[in-house]
Design a protein around this ligand. Sequence first.
Ligand code: SF4
Ligand code: SF4
Length: 119
Amino acid sequence: MVYKITNQCISCGRCESSCPTGAIKIIAGDRYWIDSSLCTNCVGAYSVAQCAAECPIQDGCVKALTDYWESWFATHDRLVAKLKGTYQADYWERWFNLYSQKLSEQFSKRKQDVVSLEA
Ligand code: SF4
Ligand code: SF4
């Protein structure tokens, strides 16, 4: 699993100079890109990925997840972390209540449709 630069990047260039393997390149003028064949996750050189550690914004350099669920939960965690206060604390409860309410409404409607067809 390697790192990648996201569209949140503001092209400050700090990651490029901090990368121990020269994996970070400039493409298309001022866009930064990580060559996955050169990225080592900084293993052996640093205890944390230098690109992510040096990045001045949130989510500029992130792990490039290839597993679907790993990627899904990472996105979920990132989005939930942006929620404020009680919305963050009871996110799943709200989601489950809304989901079960909608499902229940659909079941009721189906049941009414079946009853009216049988009448
Ligand atoms: S994780 Fe390390 S090796 Fe990979 S791009 Fe970032 S700084 Fe370079
Ligand atoms: S350090 Fe972050 S914001 Fe700066 S160029 Fe790299 S990814 Fe973009």
